[in-house]
Design a protein around this ligand. Structure first.
Ligand code: HEC
Length: 103
């Protein structure tokens, strides 16, 4: 077998994965603008609003992964109890949170 073949497949799969993660994050940003921006500052920069922590703050607290965000969105606390996201939408939002991490 030629190593070049494996390399090609690897690069193909790797770039496909990256493109996917990016689309998810873009969907997540769109969902967040729609459902979360009335309380949270969703995009980095600009003025924070209301009592809700900004997404940049949330994305960079509590350790190395964002499972807690995933869990929280499956069981939203007050005042977010009215929000009902699909699994897909939660994953997109988590992908968006991932892009906001600076640590
Ligand atoms: C009605 C206003 C409101 C909306 C809409 C809202 N949030 Fe929140 N959110 C809050 C407030 C206020 C807090 C702080 C609650 C606290 O600290 O007790 C919070 C906290 C959070 C937290 C941290 C929870 C924790 O366990 O500390 C996450 C994650 C979060 N929001 C995500 C979202 C996402 C994602 C959306 C959109 C799908 C959203 N929120 C929409 C008001 C809102």
């Amino acid at each position: 077998m030629r190593p070049a073949f494996f390399l090609t497949v690897f690069v193909f799969v790797a770039t496909m994965g990256a493109a996917d993660a990016q689309t998810d994050a873009q969907d997540g940003a769109r969902i967040a603008e729609q459902w979360c921006a009335s309380c949270h500052q969703v995009a980095p920069g600009g003025l924070a609003r209301d009592a809700a922590p900004s997404f940049v703050t949330l994305a960079n607290t509590r350790g190395e992964n964002l499972n807690w965000v995933r869990n929280r969105m499956q069981n939203p606390l007050y005042p977010m109890t009215g929000i009902n996201l699909s699994r897909r939408e939660i994953e997109d939002i988590v992908a968006y949170f991932e892009t906001l991490r600076t640590e």
